[in-house]
Ligand binder design. Structure first.
Ligand code: HAS
Ligand code: CU
Length: 554
C-alpha cells in the first residue's frame, strides 16, 4: 500500500498572501545568488590569470569579490531559500497555513540584514571573506546584517514550531507527516547549530567593531565560528534532502521505500552537530585527543548521507523500472531526464557523490594536513554546496517558480541546457581545483598576481578552473533567464499542488517508530554531545584574551 506523506493528500493551498511572502523570500535568495554568481566568474578567471576585478563595482579587489561570492551565495541565498522553501513544505506537509505575522517578520528581517551586509561589502569596509576570522575586522553593518539574517531563520523556526504545535493539538496521536518532519528537524538542528556564530557575532565581533572591546581572541572566535560553520553545511543540504526524499521520488514516478529510514537519517544529523574542529585540525591550541574524537564523529556523519544515497537511488530505480527500464542500470536512463527539475537534481546527486568522497578525504587527519588551505577545499565544496545544493535549488525552482507564479515554465529546453552546462562546468572546475590543491596551490590567493614562477601542475589546474567556472557561469545565467522569463512572460496556468512523494510502507503508530517523533529526547541528546565536545575546551579558554587588535588588510 502506498501512503502519502502529507496530512492533506487531496490538496491544500496556502492563502495567497502567505504564498506571496514565500515567493519574495525565495526571490530575494535568487537576486542575491545572481550577484554572487557574477562574483564567481572573476574568481574562476583569476586562476586562469585573467583579471576582471577592476571592471565591476563591488568587487574591485580579489578579496572584496571573494567576500561577496561567499557571503551572498553560501550564507544569504541559502538561508533565504530555506526560509521560503522549508516553511512552504512544512505547511504543505501538515496541511495547515503558517503564522502570518512570523512569516512577514522573517521576510523583513532577512531583507534588512541583507541590505546592511551587502552595503558593507560593496563599500569596501568588509572584505573579510565569509568566515570573517578576527583579527580581520569589518565595519559594524556587516556583523549586524549577518546577525539579522540568522535571526530571520530563528523567526522561521518559531513559525514552524507554532504550526506543528497546532497540528499536534488538532491531530492527537498522529505521526508528524514526513515532509513536515524533515523541515522541523532541519530547523531544530539549525537553532542549536547557530548558537556558536550568534555568540561570536553578538557578544564579540559586533561590540568590537563598535569599539566596545579593544581586541579579539582569535582562537575562541574561530572555535565559535566553526561550531556553527560545520553544521551550516547541513543547513544548506537538508532542505535539498527534503526535495530528494520528499519530492523527487514523485517527480520520477517512483516511491520512497521507508519512512523511518528518512527520519533516522535526519535525527543523525541532529545529534552529530559538534564536529567543527575538523576545520581546525591545524589550529594550535586544540588538543590531539579532541581532534581525534572529532575525526571519528565526522566519519559517523557520513552515514546519514550514505543512507540518503541508497534510499534516493532506490526511489529513482523504482521510477525508472516503472517506466520500462531494466537490467542493472537500464532504469537510470528511463527516469524523466527531459524534465529540467529532475535532470538538474539528479546531476546534482552525481556531483555530490564526488563531493562526499572529497569530504571523507578532508576528514582524514593526515590527508587534511596535505590539503588544508589549498584549492582542494574549494574543489570539495563546489561539488557539495556549489552543486549538490545550488544546482538542486535551480532544479527545484523549475517547478517552484511556476507554482508560486501560477505560470508555465518559460523554456524546459533552456533549463536542461543550463543544468548540463553547469554540471559539466563543475566537473572541469573541480578537477582543476583538486589537482591544483594536491600540487600545493593555495586557496584564497590572487593567483593571477603571484610574482614567482608557478610550480608544476598549477598552470593546467588554473586553466581548468577558469574554463569550468566560465561554463558554470553561463549555465547559471541561462537559469536566471529561464526564471526571469517565467516570471515576466510565462503563460498563465493553474498548478494546484507541489510534488510530494509516497512511501511504500505506512508510518507506524505503535512500536518503536513513534519514538522518532518525540523530538525533545533527540534534542537533549544533541545538546549533551555539544556540551561534552565543546564544554571542556571553551572552559579552558577563560579568562579570554580579548587583546588582539583588529586590522583591515584590503
Ligand atoms: Fe565539507 C570543508 C568534511 C559534506 C561544505 N566543506 C568544507 C567547506 C565547505 C564544505 C564550504 O573534515 C570549506 C569551509 C571553509 O571555507 O574552510 N564535508 C566533509 C564530510 C562531508 C562533507 C566528511 N561539506 C559537505 C557538504 C557541504 C560541505 C554536504 C555543503 C553543502 N568538509 C569536510 C572537512 C572540511 C570540509 C574535514 C575541512 C577541510 C579543511 O581542511 O579546510 C560528508 O558529510 C559528505 C557525505 C556525503 C556523501 C555523499 C552521498 C551522496 C548522495 C547522492 C547520491 C546519488 C544518487 C544518484 C542517488 C556520503 C546522497 C545516483 C545514481 C546512480 C545511478 C549512481
Ligand atoms: Cu565541516
Amino acid at each position: 500500500m502506498t501512503t502519502p506523506i502529507v496530512a492533506a493528500p487531496d490538496g491544500f493551498s496556502l492563502p495567497d498572501e502567505q504564498r506571496r511572502l514565500i515567493k519574495w523570500t525565495v526571490y530575494l535568495g535568487f537576486i542575491v545568488l545572481a550577484v554572487g554568481v557574477l562574483n564567481g566568474l572573476d574568481q574562476a578567471l583569476n586562476y586562469a590569470h585573467i583579471d576582471i576585478f577592476r571592471f565591476f563595482p563591488g568587487m574591485r579587489t580579489y578579496y572584496q569579490g571573494l567576500t561577496a561570492h561567499g557571503v551572498f551565495n553560501a550564507i544569504i541565498m541559502t538561508f533565504a531559500f530555506a526560509n521560503g522553501f522549508v516553511a512552504m513544505a512544512v505547511a504543505r506537509g501538515l496541511g495547515m497555513k503558517l503564522n502570518h505575522g512570523l512569516l512577514a517578520a522573517s521576510f523583513w528581517t532577512i531583507l534588512v540584514g541583507t541590505l546592511l551586509t551587502a552595503g558593507a561589502i560593496v563599500n569596501g569596509t568588509a572584505s573579510v571573506l565569509y568566515t570573517f576570522y578576527p583579527p580581520l575586522e569589518a565595519s559594524w553593518p556587516f556583523y549586524l546584517g549577518l546577525a539579522l539574517v540568522v535571526i530571520s531563520t530563528w523567526i522561521t523556526s518559531a513559525n514552524l514550531f507554532v504550526t506543528l504545535a497546532k497540528f499536534r493539538r488538532e491531530h492527537p496521536g498522529q505521526r508528524i507527516p514526513l515532509l513536515a518532519y524533515m523541515g522541523v528537524v532541519t530547523y531544530v538542528f539549525w537553532d542549536i547549530s547557530s548558537l556558536g556564530i550568534v555568540v561570536e557575532v553578538v557578544v564579540f565581533l559586533l561590540p568590537w567593531s563598535l569599539g566596545l572591546w579593544h581586541g579579539a581572541d582569535p582562537l575562541v572566535d574561530r572555535t565559535l565560528f566553526w561550531f556553527t560553520g560545520h553544521p551550516i553545511v547541513y543547513f544548506w543540504l537538508l532542505p535539498i534532502y527534503m526535495s530528494w526524499y520528499g519530492m523527487i521520488p514523485r517527480q520520477v514516478g517512483g516511491a520512497l521505500f521507508s519512512d523511518s529510514v528518512v527520519r533516522i537519517s535526519f535525527l543523525l544529523f541532529l545529534i552529530i552537530i559538534p564536529i567543527g574542529f575538523h576545520h581546525q585540525f591545524v589550529d594550535p591550541g586544540v588538543s590531539r585527543e579532541l581532534k581525534y574524537a572529532v575525526a571519528v564523529l565526522t566519519f559517523a556523519v557520513f552515514v546519514p548521507s550514505l543512507m540518503t544515497a541508497f534510499s534516493v537511488m532506490y526511489a529513482l530505480e523504482i521510477g525508472g523500472r516503472r517506466a520500462g527500464g531494466n537490467g542493472l542500470i537500464g532504469w537510470f536512463f528511463r527516469i524523466p531526464w527531459k524534465d529540467p527539475s529532475v535532470c538538474a537534481q539528479v546531476l546534482a546527486m552525481l556531483a555530490f557523490m564526488l563531493g562526499g568522497i572529497t569530504g571523507l578525504m578532508n576528514a582524514s587527519y593526515t590527508m587534511n594536513l596535505e590539503i588544508h588551505n589549498t584549492t582542494f577545499v574549494p574543489g570539495h565544496f563546489h561539488l557539495t554546496v556549489g552543486t549538490a545544493v545550488a544546482l538542486s535549488i535551480m532544479g527545484i525552482a523549475y517547478w517552484l517558480v511556476p507554482y508560486l507564479e501560477q505560470k508555465e515554465l518559460w523554456s524546459a529546453k533552456a533549463g536542461l541546457v543550463s543544468s548540463w552546462l553547469y554540471f559539466i562546468g563543475v566537473l572541469i572546475f573541480a578537477r582543476g581545483m583538486i589537482s591544483g590543491g594536491l600540487a600545493g596551490m593555495p586557496r584564497r590567493t590572487a593567483i593571477s598576481l603571484v610574482p614567482y614562477a608557478e610550480p608544476p601542475g598549477w598552470r593546467l589546474a588554473g586553466i581548468l578552473v577558469g574554463v569550468g567556472g566560465s561554463l558554470m557561469f553561463i549555465g547559471a545565467v541561462l537559469f536566471f533567464v529561464v526564471i526571469a522569463m517565467t516570471v515576466l512572460a510565462g503563460k498563465r496556468t493553474e498548478i494546484a499542488d507541489i510534488p510530494y512523494s509516497v512511501t511504500l510502507v505506512t508510518p507506524q503508530t505503535s512500536g518503536w517508530e513513534p519514538g522518532l517523533d518525540r523530538l525533545r529526547y533527540w534534542i537533549v541528546a544533541s545538546v549533551l554531545l555539544c556540551v561534552i565536545i565543546y564544554g571542556p575546551f571553551l572552559a579552558s579558554q577563560f579568562p579570554l584574551q580579548l587583546n588582539v587588535p583588529g586590522f583591515r588588510a584590503f
